[in-house]
Design a protein around this ligand. Structure first.
Ligand SMILES: [Zn+2]
Length: 298
């Protein structure tokens, strides 16, 4: 029997668990500052596989691919812009192998780092960069494309359109918000959660949400704001392990697995149906979220 889609599983009432942080995990595996994380899909595939398996063993229903910086714009920093297809296809294939037939692969797509608003690049250049990446992720076996850490609506819409037109994957898109001094959530580009939610659904995203920038507690407020404008769309949250504390020049994420998991009932009540981690989270955090989610569904 073919696996159900993420959307239909959520719409049948399930709350799903996603994975945790990748960057810090790669560093623990020996990745040095200045190395290209995505090149590890080719040079250290067993380490990448090991990270994916760690999260699946912790109870994740879905796993991201190691392809966050996999656009030509990002890979160009390492002189690897000619290897986009190879790198992204490998990323998805490793995640697919780890997930097997029963868990989902949600293939990570991060921002290009280019701002359309500044006129440095054209829409067509951004669109073709996303197209090249998502087609490779699809070939590698991704079930969904997870466009994440977005802050500009125009860029996110181009990524969603690329995935909708050029792949058969489900399309997830999550934005990163900060709380300003007036207590409102806004992206770096000034977009609110409600404006993002509406625009992402209008652009064709199947799942929307928020990742990074905040711990669980603030994610509850962001989800509530998104849910109010898009009542029927599944919402995914990849929360940081709290707000970072700078200790001797290093960002430390303070929330323990139990502290994060404590907010799961409130997050689900606010409207989230897929919950995982971003910066500072580990397999232990995902295991605690799994237990909290299972506790809800009893
Ligand atoms: Zn993060």
């Amino acid at each position: 029997m073919p696996k159900k889609s993420i959307v239909s599983t959520v719409q049948a009432g399930a709350v799903l668990v996603s994975d945790g942080a990748w960057g810090t995990f790669l560093q623990k595996k020996g990745m040095l500052p200045g190395e290209c994380p995505e090149l590890w899909n080719l040079d250290h595939p067993s380490d990448v596989m090991d990270i994916a398996r760690s999260y699946l063993c912790a109870g994740a229903d879905m796993i991201e691919s190691n392809s966050f910086g996999g656009t030509s714009f990002k890979l160009k920093h390492y002189g690897l812009e000619g290897r986009v297809a190879e790198i992204n296809e490998a990323a998805a294939r490793i995640a697919r192998q780890a997930a097997g037939p029963d868990q989902w692969v949600i293939a990570s797509v991060g921002p290009t780092g280019q701002m359309l608003a500044l006129g440095d690049v054209t829409e067509e250049e951004i669109a073709s960069s996303f197209r090249e990446q998502v087609m490779a992720l699809d070939r590698g076996g991704a079930d969904a494309v997870c466009i994440e850490t977005m802050s500009a609506l125009d860029e996110a819409v181009l990524a969603i359109q690329a995935a909708r037109v050029h792949t058969t994957c489900e399309v997830i898109c999550t934005f990163t918000f900060e709380k300003n001094i007036r207590g409102e959530y806004r992206t770096m580009m000034g977009v609110s959660p409600s404006d993002a939610a509406q625009a992402l659904v209008d652009a064709g995203a199947h799942v929307i949400g928020t990742n990074c920038g905040n711990g669980m507690e603030r994610m509850v407020e962001i989800v509530r704001e998104m849910r109010a404008v898009v009542p029927g769309t599944p919402i995914l949250v990849h929360a940081n392990a709290g707000l970072p504390k700078n200790i001797n020049g290093v960002d430390v994420f303070p929330d323990t697995p139990e502290e994060m998991a404590r907010h799961v009932p409130a997050l689900v009540a606010a409207g989230a149906s897929i919950i995982g981690g971003c910066c500072g989270t580990t397999p232990a955090h995902i295991a605690a979220i799994r237990r909290a989610v299972d506790g809800l569904q009893k």
